[in-house]
Design a protein around this ligand. Structure first.
Ligand code: C2E
Ligand code: MG
Ligand code: MG
Ligand code: MG
Length: 294
């Protein structure tokens, strides 16, 4: 079960204990140490342009480097951290690590001008109206451009307080960030409602992608979603692309961007930096080639 939540991640608890109060309070205590001892790390997963497979964005995914159990998946701890409010401090650390990386990659000339770093935002950061303040303080601490930052929020989060969410998202956009809707298709929002929010990207949930080639209705949902999104001037990311068949279908359906294990698993910071280095060498090579032709 843990394996299905992402490779290199291992379940912290046996599933049968997951709901027990004891396991939960143990996890809360452990996670408090994770935060104070800085055991959280970021992995980075490329999101590629479907047309030329260049980097469009990099999604930041938190992991817990547990001293005894190795790398723990966020699926194991996010909901508890939201419940206790620890997710706020977690996110301070994650944003800080990720935006320090972005600043570093920009300074080294490795960051493609139009690429975004995509940060997952929790419901609590919106509900308590701390997101804007958090982003501003990151802007004071590190030198990067907000136009290279994207936030990912889920549909269900928006529905909790629609007017309040809209107000916060407007401010986020005014700061220059872009906004994407994560796990699209799993919530209840209508596209008519989304149309009134300042959104740039829809991420089609991987539950639709996984049955491409087997489930005609999932394929139809994907086609319809892409068409509607494009009519509303939104770009589309397809999540969870694991096979060549899925990739071919999604390219053909007009998905603007692709993300998934078939393209790249989430990478450590140093592995991501190597990817960016080879990408920038490749581009220099292409430009060098053009110069030779001239
Ligand atoms: P998400 O934002 O929808 O992230 C995508 C998840 O799908 C990630 O799982 C990623 O590793 C996984 N994934 C990517 N490609 C594939 C694929 O081809 N096949 C499969 N089976 N999975 C794939 P991960 O890293 O375990 O994260 C799970 C969820 O935890 C995320 O879902 C997000 O909701 C949450 N999360 C992760 N990092 C953060 C964070 O920094 N802050 C907050 N608030 N939530 C986070
Ligand atoms: Mg996400
Ligand atoms: Mg998702
Ligand atoms: Mg299905």
């Amino acid at each position: 079960q843990a394996k299905s939540q992402g490779r290199n991640c291992y379940a912290l608890f046996r599933p049968e204990l997951e709901d027990s109060a004891i396991a939960r309070s143990q996890l809360e205590r452990d996670f408090r140490l994770a935060i104070s001892r800085e055991q959280l790390i970021c992995h980075y997963q490329p999101i590629l342009n479907a047309t030329d497979m260049s980097i469009a964005a990099i999604e930041v995914l938190v992991r817990w480097e547990h001293p005894k159990r190795g790398l723990v998946s966020p699926a194991e701890f996010i909901s508890v951290a939201e419940h206790t409010g620890q997710v706020v401090e977690m996110s301070n650390q994650v944003f800080s690590m990720a935006l320090a990386s972005l600043a570093d990659w920009e300074a080294k000339g490795l960051w493609p001008r139009s690429a975004k770093i995509a940060l997952n935002v929790s419901a609590l950061q919106l509900a308590r109206d701390i997101l804007i303040g958090q982003l501003k303080s990151m802007g004071d601490r590190y030198t990067f451009s907000f136009s290279n930052v994207e936030i990912e929020i889920t549909e269900s989060m928006l529905m909790q307080d629609a007017e309040e969410s809209a107000r916060i998202l407007e401010s986020v956009r005014e700061m220059g960030l872009s906004i994407s809707i994560d796990d699209f298709g799993t919530g209840y929002s209508s596209l008519n409602y989304l149309r009134r929010l300042p959104i740039n990207v829809l991420k089609i949930d991987r539950s639709f992608v996984k049955d491409i080639g087997h489930d005609r209705s999932d394929e139809q949902i994907i086609n319809a979603t892409i068409d509607l999104a494009h009519n509303l001037n939104l770009k589309v990311v397809s999540e969870g692309v694991e096979t060549e068949t899925q990739m071919a279908f999604l390219k053909d359906a007009g998905s603007d961007y692709l993300q998934g294990f078939h393209l790249s698993k989430p990478l450590s910071r140093s592995a991501m930096e190597e990817w960016l280095e080879s990408e920038s060498r490749r581009k220099a090579g292409i430009q060098g080639g053009k110069l030779d032709v001239c």
